[in-house]
Every structure is written in structure tokens, then in C-alpha cells.
Design a protein around this ligand. Structure first.
Ligand SMILES: Cc1cc2nc3c(=O)[nH]c(=O)nc-3n(C[C@H](O)[C@H](O)[C@H](O)COP(=O)(O)OP(=O)(O)OC[C@H]3O[C@@H](n4cnc5c(N)ncnc54)[C@H](O)[C@@H]3O)c2cc1C
Length: 309
């Protein structure tokens, strides 16, 4: 589908969700504060609304992109054609039953981790500094401090692109380093069930506090970013290689390779996706030339090139 314009989007999706925004700048929905417009951005509040949006888009041949908090995304300057779905506030419900925590996919993983700790449930502490949603964290198999989502997930509920609601077991999700079978599958993650262990609330909170102090000291959190830009190559660190290539502080337009952490690219103000992509290309080329290592992006680069005319 290439030709959907704003007028088409208005007629197709208008009544299917409480909020549908047209030609909405995705820079308002990503932690990098970068990204061109979505033709339509719908914010559903019920599963039925998600179903209706997916069904309608599919039957009209309109591509769908699911957006979490945009904390692992670089949306190109031309934006995203078709329909972007961002789960609304109602998708943050959470219940605790024994050692299981069931949560809808739109809730932040940080607040989910905090509720778990308050309830004396251990296992999600590693996620208490990751600024994404449960949905995004599941899809990306987000991880930190030696933990990752796959260690604590029991099952995930999805809406398939064929409109079926299915429950997927951990085995079916094929988790790997910052990836899962859900990536690019067309499935919408609706929620997840975590299986946790008993833990001491104060001890867990103390541990998380120390990790977050460390993050504050080692990551450029006062600037917009998307976290780690590249995956760590086996046995090494992308940040170490980029720093060793002399690229800390390298700037293109409004984007800069952080002086604090070389695997972060920060938006100093007014950076375009093209600026960030040029810096990524530069980092890959220099690390390849100097160390023979091919850096692979961790950030998901999506959307179309160029500003829209
Ligand atoms: C300062 C900073 C620190 C970070 N630290 C870490 C870290 O320590 N460890 C780590 O792993 N990551 C880290 N990240 C990256 C990011 O927070 C994680 O990858 C997070 O899990 C992404 O979640 P999101 O909701 O923002 O997803 P998005 O970035 O919006 O989307 C990521 C992918 O998930 C898909 N997706 C999102 N929600 C759904 C859904 N409901 N259904 C289907 N698909 C969906 C999107 O289509 C996209 O493909 C960091 C980012 C920042 C900015």
C-alpha cells in the first residue's frame, strides 16, 4: 500500500478508536524526539478497538506498525505510511495472583517491575531502568544486569494479523539476544504473564536504586536517545569499540555520539533521523576499518527516508 493519503485515513479509521491523529509527528512519540509523520496514529483503549483497527487496515491493504514508547526506535524523517497503533492508558492494567503477575502490554516495564517488588516478587528488577512498555520489552527481549524478559515470561497474549487472539508459550516466542519471533510478525502483543519468585522488597529496591544510580552516572540520560544503538558483538562491547575508534563526541547536525557512553547517540536539539543514520554509518565504517568488527544495530530503524512534501 503506498497511496493512502490523510483524507483516506480519516474516512477509514475515524470511528474505530477514541483517539485517531492524522499526519501526527512521531517525534512526539519516540524517546529520541525524532521521526516524521504517521498517516494515522490510533490510540485504542479496548481489545475490540485493536481488533477493529487491525481488521480494517488489513482488509484495505493498509500497513500497520505497532508503537510502544518508541524507546528503541529511530523513525526516519519521511515518517510511517499507513496506520500506527499505540495502546492507550487502559492497556496498563495489572493483577498479581500468587507468584504470577499478569499485565497488559501498554504499561511501562518500569512500573511493572516496581509493583512486582512491592508485592515481594523477584525477577523483574533488571527491567526497572528500561524505559519501554511491556509489549516493546517482550518483542525486544529487553535485558540488563544479566537478566532478560525470557527468564520471567510464562506466556504472552497476542492478536494475530488474522484477527485471532492467541496465547504463546515462551518456547514459541524464540527469544534471542534482543529479539523474538514477535519482531516483524504482524502480531500485536496485548499482555504478558510473568512467573516470579519470592523476594525481599527492601533488598530488591536497594539493588534497583544502586543500578539506577549507576545508569545515571554512565548513560547520557539528560538528552533524548534510544539507548544502545548497536548490539554488543560476541565477547566485546560496541561502546568500547566506538570509543577506541575515537568517535566519542562526533557530531553530525543535531546528533552526537555521546561523550559519556559511546554506544548512545544523543539528540542535542533538532537532530534529524538522517543525522543519526549518518553517524551510525560513520561508526560502523570506522569500527569495521580499525577492528574488522561489523556492528549490528540494536535500534529499530523504520519508516521512509526524507521529509514529506
Ligand atoms: C535511556 C534508554 C535506556 C535503555 N536501556 C535499555 C536496557 O538496559 N536494556 C534493553 O534491552 N533496552 C534498553 N533500552 C531500549 C528500549 O527501552 C527497549 O528495547 C524497550 O523494550 C522498547 O520498548 P518500547 O515500548 O519503547 O518499544 P518501541 O521502541 O516502541 O518498539 C520496539 C519494537 O517493539 C514493537 N512493539 C512495541 N510494542 C508492541 C506491541 N504491543 N505489540 C507488538 N509489537 C510491539 C515495535 O513495533 C518495535 O518493533 C533503552 C532505551 C533508552 C532510551
Amino acid at each position: 500500500m503506498s497511496g493512502m493519503n490523510v483524507f483516506d485515513a480519516r474516512t477509514i479509521f475515524a470511528d474505530l478508536a477514541p483517539v485517531v491523529l492524522y499526519n501526527e509527528a512521531l517525534s512526539r512519540h519516540t524517546t529520541m524526539r525524532i521521526g516524521g509523520p504517521a498517516d494515522a496514529l490510533a490510540i485504542p483503549e479496548t481489545i475490540e478497538q485493536v481488533e477493529a483497527l487491525v481488521h480494517t487496515a488489513k482488509s484495505r491493504g493498509v500497513p500497520i506498525f505497532i508503537l510502544g514508547r518508541g524507546s528503541n526506535l529511530l523513525v526516519r524523517d519521511g515518517g510511517i505510511r499507513g496506520l500506527v497503533i499505540k495502546l492507550g492508558d487502559a492497556f496498563s492494567k495489572l493483577t498479581v495472583e500468587g507468584r504470577e503477575l499478569t499485565v497488559f502490554a501498554g504499561r511501562t516495564i518500569v512500573s511493572t517491575a516496581h509493583v512486582a517488588m512491592k508485592n515481594g516478587l523477584a525477577g523483574l528488577e533488571f527491567a526497572a531502568g528500561i524505559p519501554g512498555t511491556v509489549g516493546g520489552a517482550v518483542v525486544m527481549n529487553a535485558g540488563a544486569h544479566g537478566g532478560e524478559m525470557k527468564d520471567v515470561i510464562r506466556a504472552v497474549q497476542v492478536l494475530t494479523s488474522n484477527g485471532l487472539i492467541e496465547t504463546r508459550s515462551v518456547e514459541a516466542l524464540q527469544f534471542g539476544y534482543r529479539t523474538s519471533s514477535l519482531r516483524d510478525s504482524g502480531d500485536v502483543v496485548l499482555g504478558a504473564v510473568f512467573r516470579l519468585a519470592p523476594g525481599d522488597t527492601a533488598e530488591m529496591q536497594q539493588k534497583v536504586k544502586a543500578w539506577n544510580v549507576r545508569r545515571q552516572a554512565t548513560q547520557p540520560l539528560s538528552y533524548p536517545s534510544c539507548g544502545s544503538v548497536f548490539r554488543n558483538p560476541a565477547g566485546d562491547f560496541a561502546a568500547r569499540l566506538i570509543e577506541a575508534a575515537g568517535l566519542k563526541g562526533e557530531r553530525i547536525g543535531g546528533a552526537m555520539i555521546s561523550e559519556l557512553h559511546a554506544n548512545f547517540i544523543v539528540n542535542l536539539g533538532g537532530a534529524s533521523a538522517a543525522d543519526v543514520i549518518s553517524l551510525m554509518t560513520c561508526a560502523r565504517a570506522r569500527v569495521r576499518d580499525e577492528f574488522g568488527v561489523e556492528l549490528v544495530p540494536e535500534v529499530r530503524v523504520v519508516g521512509e527516508d526524507g521529509a514529506r512534501g
